[in-house]
Ligand binder design. Structure first.
Ligand SMILES: Nc1nc2c(c(=O)[nH]1)N[C@H]1C(S)=C(S)[C@@H](COP(=O)(O)O)O[C@H]1N2
Ligand SMILES: [Mo]
Length: 553
């Protein structure tokens, strides 16, 4: 192995050990953040609009691991380069290490709920050990002498082609022959390999702990809703309002149509958090501040003290393509946003230009803002802590989030909520700064679920069905075309559970052999039919008719 390459490996291995230590400590004690997650998070946040939005629909899927891998690889390369530099100038290399440490610390300190002292000790300690491992490997292989690295040795190490490293002419050979700490090349491979494996193992265990056990370690495990959370017999809790089981007519028994309520595990997921913030709800508080008469801070128990309600609300993401899956329906449990605002001294008649925007802020400093009036105009927005009879799952915002009927999630549905600020319309929240519309009403949409593009079906009766939604307005009619929009057939509708909830439809098509282009269109409760004009999700939501081509045999 060439000396230049070994030097490089020594640096990368040291960095791997440092990464492993930080991840392991993070896995064990969440109050020390994962530097990897923190750096990736900052990159996502600092990425300009277009690029970030392109990747954001995939965040949580492929984009995140790719980003994290790129960060790791670049950092390892950088560490290798610093090790190489250290042979020429230890000062410059140490400055490089200090810069890396500063970047790691700066990123770490942007994460919520960290213990500052433990974080500094862990990161500085890990980097110190990493540098130590690198120095040991360099010295042991005779590339660097104990305690003496000449400043700017000068001249390229062309000699690396030769068997022995040249930077310290002859002396490295001496180091070898003196024995002691010197190791053979094979041993270099063994020792650096062992250190790399140790670093990777520590990192892997840390990641596993952080994701698998993280929730319980931090005391933020979600489970079934307790009676107190349903507004039952809890001490001091006010009257509760539960909903009856949905009537059978609200669901069509047709294969391929999604269930009326999306199970929590299937509910679509969109957020900018690489790993969900883990919040201990016993120390969690919700601040309501800004232009209100009576700024307040509510604990979880304070929240449960308000009247608890259940509401069925379909949530959708503005990034959803026509026919896409970023829409789901749940029965949410929580308290009315209007009740919470009343506690802070705000009512509809008191909304002024300085309180006309309601901004939700999460613990990871994500923001969403919408007209404050939406809390009072009859649509019944929720400060929610329950989802389909369970506490909010970690990924869906545990312990508390906002759910506002009729508004896309990016302007309204703040997960891991910690602050509600009443402010003027001038403030632009997270996605607004990145080029999406200031207001995000959910557009009327419909989707064909029983057949997919390219399917081949047998001639005879073919159910063409799916869901249509127009939260706050409801769905009054759904039509299906089997001839590319030439003619339209009225579909059969399931009962409308609520205007805020998607509605199932089916059209029983008598299909004869041939090639067909199927389309669907919905009309909302106000008589408006969704527009046929095609638009991309950015900036205001995708429009157009969901179109599916099928072959009938
Ligand atoms: N804290 C936080 N809340 C957030 C987001 C986010 O990135 N961070 N994304 C929003 C978006 S764009 C949508 S569509 C909904 C999605 O909620 P879900 O993941 O529970 O389906 O959450 C909203 N709330
Ligand atoms: Mo979204």
């Amino acid at each position: 192995m060439r000396s230049r390459f070994r030097t490089f490996i020594a640096g990368a291995v040291g960095m791997l050990v440092a990464f492993g230590i930080v991840e392991l400590v993070h896995g064990l004690y969440q109050i020390v953040p994962s530097v990897l997650v923190a750096v990736a998070q900052r990159i996502i946040q600092l990425t300009p609009g277009g690029l970030a939005t392109a990747g954001i629909a995939a965040v949580g899927k492929a984009a995140t691991p790719i980003l994290v891998s790129v960060i790791v690889i670049l950092t390892l390369l950088l560490a290798g380069f610093l090790a190489y530099l250290s042979l020429r100038s230890r000062t410059i290399a140490l400055v490089g290490v200090a810069v890396l440490a500063a970047v790691a610390l700066a990123a770490a300190f942007t994460e919520p709920f960290i213990a500052p002292v433990a974080t500094v000790l862990t990161i500085v300690g890990a980097i110190g050990i990493g540098v130590g491992v690198t120095a040991f490997l360099l010295r042991a292989s005779g590339l660097l002498e104990r305690g003496s690295a000449p400043e700017a040795a000068g001249g390229a190490t062309e000699g690396s082609e030769q068997p022995a490293p040249q930077p310290f002419e002859g002396r490295s050979r001496e180091a070898h022959s003196r024995g002691g700490i010197a190791v053979s090349r094979r041993n270099f491979v063994v020792v650096s390999g062992a250190a790399a494996v140790a670093g990777l193992t520590a990192g892997g265990v840390g990641r596993l702990l952080a994701t698998e056990k993280g929730a319980s370690v931090a005391g933020s495990e979600s489970g079934p809703l307790q009676p107190s959370q349903r507004g039952g017999a809890a001490t001091g809790s006010s009257a509760s309002e539960t909903l009856p089981e949905p009537p059978a007519e609200a669901s069509l028994d047709v294969e391929g149509i999604p269930p009326l309520f999306t199970p929590n595990g299937d509910f679509y997921l969109i957020d900018t958090a690489i790993s969900s913030p883990r919040i201990n709800r016993d120390s969690w508080t919700l601040n309501i501040n800004g232009a209100v008469d009576n700024p307040i801070e509510l604990s979880y128990d304070d929240l449960l003290g308000l009247p608890t309600v259940e509401r069925d609300i379909t949530l959708s993401c503005i990034s959803n393509e026509v026919g896409g899956g970023l829409v789901s329906n749940a029965r949410w449990t929580g308290v009315l946003l209007s009740d919470v605002l009343n506690e802070a001294g705000l009512s509809q008649d008191k909304i002024s230009s300085s309180s006309e925007q309601l901004v939700g802020r999460s613990v990871d400093d994500w923001t969403a803002g919408f007209p404050t009036d939406a809390a009072f105009d009859g649509r019944e927005a929720l400060v929610a802590f329950g989802m389909n009879g369970e506490e909010l799952p970690l990924k869906h915002g545990y312990p508390v989030r906002l759910v506002v009927p009729g508004l896309y999630g990016y302007v309204s549905a703040t997960k891991w909520l910690m602050e509600i600020e009443l402010t003027d319309w001038g403030f632009d929240a997270y996605w607004i700064k990145r080029g999406w519309s200031k207001e995000g009403p959910i557009l009327t949409q419909s989707r064909i679920d029983t057949v997919s593009d390219g399917d081949t079906v047998s001639a005879g009766t073919v159910p063409i069905g799916g869901v249509a939604w127009a939260p706050t307005r409801g769905i009054s009619n759904v039509e299906v075309s089997t001839d590319d929009g030439e003619t339209w057939n009225e579909a059969t509708l399931a009962a409308q559970l609520d205007v805020d909830v998607w509605r199932q439809y089916v059209y029983y098509w008598e299909a004869e052999p041939g090639e067909y282009t199927l389309k669907v269109r919905a009309t909302d409760g106000e008589g408006e039919t969704q527009t046929e004009e095609e638009a991309t999700p950015i900036p205001s939501g995708a429009t157009g008719y969901h179109t599916v081509e099928v072959t009938v045999e």
